[in-house]
Design a protein around this ligand. Structure first.
Ligand code: TRP
Length: 332
């Protein structure tokens, strides 16, 4: 069976954009692939993280995976730092990847901003660690959003150069699984900005562990425009907030905007928002409640991570042994 690896950073709350854009797809992929889902704490510390918050976020993301329906028995769920093979393989890959390749990474340029000299070396090396994450498992497929495509390309380049340099066929070239339209959920306060955990306004996003009252309040306060909803998708053009809310409504119901627009065309925003709230509470309410239940018993979460870590190490140990042998390291 083909094998999937994907990761998500434990930095701040998970929101509706993470759920519709990534997590819900991950839930579906578990039926047709062997899946390894990783809470990438090593990646998180490439930017400063408060230690207590890092621990909390790691448990929250894990709780969200389980609450969203990812089965931790069938799949592997673990936090990255539990398997040191990721960092060992990163070192070998550091010696394969070229400076010129990393200098082209747009995410580094964005995250480092103007103060490049002040960025951590870890932030620069981030994509090499990501390549090691994937290739340590010889994963064949990686579900990625737009922002990670370039990093996946780099992982393929590293795999190919390693194979070429040593004249082996050790690493498969991982293929992207491009996630659907719903991967762009915008802020509830500004339809032209992506919904983001770093937005200072809590009203800009619906968090996965929000209760029904929070969900209702945030939708009620969501920015709109003065016109009623159009009855065709073309009528959403130039109306980013309307387009976003219709997109969310469609995605939550697992439909396309074309399919829902007939049903809501002509409604006022307040009427539409009632429908949207009802659907959002029905879809997200149970996930939030299950997250709260799990977070009240962190032992259960920690056990999932510990068990997942052991199973992850069992998969990567033979791959690392092959790599060490290929490179010429003496081992026991
Ligand atoms: N860089 C990814 C992100 O921020 C997270 C990630 C780390 C990842 N390792 C990965 C995604 C391996 C896919 C495969 O979204």
């Amino acid at each position: 069976m083909d094998r999937i690896f994907s990761g998500i950073q434990p930095t701040g709350n998970l929101h509706l954009g993470n759920y519709l854009g990534a997590m819900r797809n991950w839930v579906r992929l578990q039926d047709s692939y062997e899946c390894i889902y990783c809470v990438v704490d090593l990646h998180a510390i490439t930017m400063w993280q408060d230690p207590a918050e890092l621990r909390t976020s790691t448990r929250e993301v894990t709780a969200a995976f389980i609450a969203a329906g990812i089965d931790p028995k069938k799949n592997i769920i673990f936090n990255q730092s539990r398997n040191s093979d990721h960092t060992e393989l990163t070192w070998v890959f550091n010696c394969v990847a070229r400076l010129g390749w990393l200098n082209r990474m747009t995410q580094f340029k964005e995250k480092a901003g103007k103060h490049r000299e002040n960025a951590s070396i870890g932030l620069y090396d981030y994509p090499v660690l990501m390549a090691a994450d994937i290739l340590a498992y010889k994963a064949t497929h990686v579900p990625v959003g737009d922002d990670q495509k370039q990093h996946l390309e780099l992982a393929r380049d590293i795999a190919q150069k390693f194979n070429n340099d040593f004249g082996v066929d050790l690493f498969p070239l991982p293929e992207p699984i491009i996630l659907g339209v719903a991967s762009r959920v915008m802020s509830l306060r500004n339809g032209t900005q992506k919904m983001s955990k770093s937005d200072p306004s809590e009203y800009s996003r619906i968090n996965l562990n929000d209760g029904p009252d929070d969900i209702a309040l945030k939708i009620r306060k969501a920015k709109t425009d003065p016109e009623p909803l159009p009855s065709e998708v073309a009528g959403l053009e130039g109306r980013p907030e309307a387009e976003n809310l219709v997109g969310i409504y469609a995605a939550l119901g697992d439909r396309q905007p074309e399919e829902v627009i007939g049903e809501i065309g002509g409604l006022s925003f307040s009427q539409f928002k009632e429908k949207l709230t009802e659907l959002a509470v029905a879809e997200l309410g149970p996930i939030g409640a299950e997250m709260q239940r799990l977070l009240a018993e962190p032992d259960e979460i920690d056990k999932v991570l510990s068990d997942g870590g052991a199973r992850a190490r069992a998969l990567t140990a033979p791959v690392l042994a092959e790599v060490f042998e290929t490179v010429g390291f003496l081992t026991d």
